[in-house]
Design a protein around this ligand. Structure first.
Ligand code: HPA
Length: 248
């Protein structure tokens, strides 16, 4: 296959391409779990080779509960990626993680259901119980936080990501429950991606982009989609700088 991939990025809502990639190759990977969300784009940031995959497809046609997480993570591993950064749009629950804040969570509570959550559930596969006490890779989180500080990108270190089923947003009561449970952020795509990455032995971390206050947290009656997209657009411009520093 191709040269070593230093980092793979899974882009979420608002991040459908990685700007400024050189020497692009597109790989339509066939996986035992069906097709990934889109072709995997391999390309260079300076002299560093990275992979990029749009989680919802490059035209955002796949909702969170229909993403083929197993195929996506498998495809990146198959192409040789060993470090994967998931970029996820989220709602902010905790007071210091409001719109336009970037955060690197350190815990997860999974509220999703009816998703294919493991590589163990195909006939004949060995049943493995991965350790998931710390769901994100400590090394990749540390490097990401150092890169952010070096690049002058403000990020919040830590927080618990509550993964909900979507595609609808939550009710105020659901967010009260998530807050009571200890969630600081809420998103629809953090799981099972993180667990699948662990099953394949990948280093995986999450860069959460806070697009809106979670239901009932911002005082507004309705969460506005144009506002979500405007907030995401303001944050995704910082991602290439952060990634360049991470690769340096
Ligand atoms: N809830 C769940 N997922 C999200 C949100 C939210 O408020 N905002 C962006 N993704």
């Amino acid at each position: 296959m191709t040269r070593h991939i230093e980092l793979a990025l899974i882009g979420g809502t608002g991040l459908y391409q990685f700007p400024g990639l050189d020497k692009i190759e597109r790989h339509a990977v066939d996986t035992p779990y069906g097709p990934p969300s889109d072709s995997v784009v391999l390309g260079q940031v300076g002299k560093h080779r990275i992979a990029f995959l749009a989680r919802h497809g490059e035209s955002h046609t796949i909702p969170p509960h229909r993403v083929n997480y197993r195929a996506n993570v498998w495809a990146l591993h198959h192409l040789g990626a060993r470090r994967v950064l998931g970029v996820n749009a989220v709602g902010g629950i905790r007071g210091d993680v409001g719109p336009r804040v970037l955060a690197v969570p350190d815990q997860i509570i999974d509220y999703t259901h009816d998703r294919l959550t493991s590589y163990c559930d195909v006939a004949g596969a060995e049943v493995r119980h991965i350790d998931f006490s710390e769901p994100y890779s400590a090394g990749l989180r540390k490097d990401l936080l150092a890169a952010a500080s070096q690049a002058g990108v403000a990020v919040v270190d830590g927080g618990c990501y509550g993964a909900t089923q979507g595609p609808r947003l939550e009710t105020c009561a659901e967010i009260v429950r998530l807050r009571r449970d200890g969630c600081d952020l809420v998103g629809m795509t953090g799981m099972p991606e993180a667990a699948l990455a662990r099953e394949l032995g990948l280093d995986y971390a999450c860069l959460a982009l806070v697009a809106n206050w979670a239901a009932g947290c911002g005082g507004e009656t309705e969460i506005s989609l144009p506002e979500i997209f405007a907030n995401l657009a303001a944050m995704t411009t910082q991602v290439p700088r952060l990634i360049s520093a991470l690769l340096a």
